[in-house]
Design a binder for this molecule. Structure first.
Ligand SMILES: *Cc1c(COP(=O)(O)O)cnc(C)c1O
Length: 388
């Protein structure tokens, strides 16, 4: 047995310490000029996001959940409008629909864990207004198939792309395929700051103008307020200091994503022969895709035992969304039966995945997953011998 390492699922302190000097300098520079609320750094960060995604408008807000809420309000979601959303997704998407007056309708997942377009279509009713794929783990759902369903039934498409900044499918960037998309810059996201932060992106000028106003009490982009041209708004501005940090992190975002993809490739090589696991597609598996690996989510036959085994060896893992699919939160009124998603939630597990992991840490995780697999095989052989 090799030496014991401690690898937390996510090392929060390291997020800051890895470039502490640069962050202190950014804080000093922005604070020294009194740049706290909606200053140049917010504009600059928005411009950088627009350039990066090739989208007309990026509007920085307090977090992705509020980005979605403003998106629904600005597009005029009506009371009782149904929105079909994958059950394998964060509660936030469904909450934003509910808070805007709509009804979230959970659907099944496809074999790759993303929203299943065919199942979405089965759930369309006269009340359905929109389809909302969630690009979980930094991988895009099949946006073309979902778009086809939307066209057939005259529905809108909106994306929860909170985990997928920079992910692409057939040249289309996550967040830019529908009416609007959102991003989260929560600390542990691929692009994360030291608090809450988010953005809404859209190619729709009128929608963008509304969201710009709604995030700042209904004021115009230049902060003026007109007597006869106002909208109801709220406060969900992005703090200027976070915008400055995020703009800096965008200068090496490509590197951070490349590191995640390298780790995913290393995991894939390390696990591909293990029969007890189902792996996410390797980074180079499909030429027309680019996944950013917000997470490395696999399925394991004996998930809970594997998790305990890794924990004993100092390796932190988590089950996404606190272990509950959306439709399983029956307290919120969901009545759907989704057997594929139920099964997935008995098997799914997130291994550590972020740009700060070193190769020897990744190898230590691989070694231990393999050690668990050997132990399982041995137990099975012994059981067979006992029977014989
Ligand atoms: C993180 C996340 C959100 C919420 O983002 P916040 O910025 O914390 O509001 C929404 N959807 C998905 C898929 C997420 O992963």
């Amino acid at each position: 047995m090799t030496k014991l390492l401690t690898i937390p699922f996510f090392d929060w302190k390291q997020l800051y310490l890895e470039r502490r000097k640069e962050y202190l300098e950014i804080f000093d520079r922005t604070a020294s000029r009194g740049g706290f609320i909606l200053q140049q750094d917010v504009d600059d960060f928005e411009t950088e996001l627009e350039r990066f995604l090739g989208v007309k408008h990026a509007i920085a807000v307090s977090d992705a959940t509020n980005a979605m809420l403003l998106g629904w309000r600005a597009m005029g979601l009506r009371q009782g409008d149904e929105v079909i959303v994958p059950s394998h997704s964060f509660l936030a998407a469904a909450q934003s629909i509910h808070f805007a007056g709509g009804v979230p309708v959970p659907c099944e997942l496809a074999p790759d864990g993303m929203a299943d377009a065919a199942d979405m279509e089965q759930r369309v009713t006269r009340k359905t207004r929109a389809l909302m794929p969630v690009h979980v783990n930094g991988r895009m759902a099949d946006i073309d198939a979902i778009g086809e369903v939307a066209r057939r039934h005259n529905l809108l498409v909106v994306e929860d792309s909170a985990q997928a900044l920079g992910a692409k499918l057939r040249g289309q960037a996550a967040g830019t395929a529908g009416v609007w998309g959102c991003f989260s810059f929560y600390p542990s996201k691929v692009l994360g700051t030291f608090g809450d932060a988010g953005a809404l992106v859209t190619n729709d000028d009128a929608l963008a103008e509304k969201v710009v106003r709604m995030r700042n009490h209904g004021a115009n982009a230049d902060k003026s307020i007109e007597k006869d041209n106002t909208v109801w708004g709220t406060n969900c501005r992005l703090d200027n200091i976070h915008a400055a940090i995020l703009a800096y992190k965008m200068t090496w975002y490509g590197e951070a994503v490349a590191r995640r993809r390298a780790i995913a490739a290393r995991y894939h090589e390390g696990f591909r022969d293990l029969a007890g696991l189902a792996l996410p597609p390797a980074p180079a598996a499909e030429a027309d895709r680019f996944d950013v690996f917000q997470n490395y989510e696999l399925e394991a036959d004996r998930r809970d035992e594997l998790r305990a085994f890794l924990a004993e060896r100092g390796i932190g893992t988590i089950i996404q969304w606190g272990g509950l699919a959306l439709h399983q939160m029956t307290g919120l009124g969901f009545t759907q039966r989704l057997p594929k998603t139920d099964l997935f939630f008995q098997r799914c597990l997130l291994l550590p995945m972020n740009h700060m992991l070193a190769d020897d840490e990744v190898d230590y995780i691989i070694e231990n997953v393999r050690a668990f697999d050997r132990l399982e095989a041995q137990t099975k052989t012994e059981a067979v011998r006992t029977v014989a």
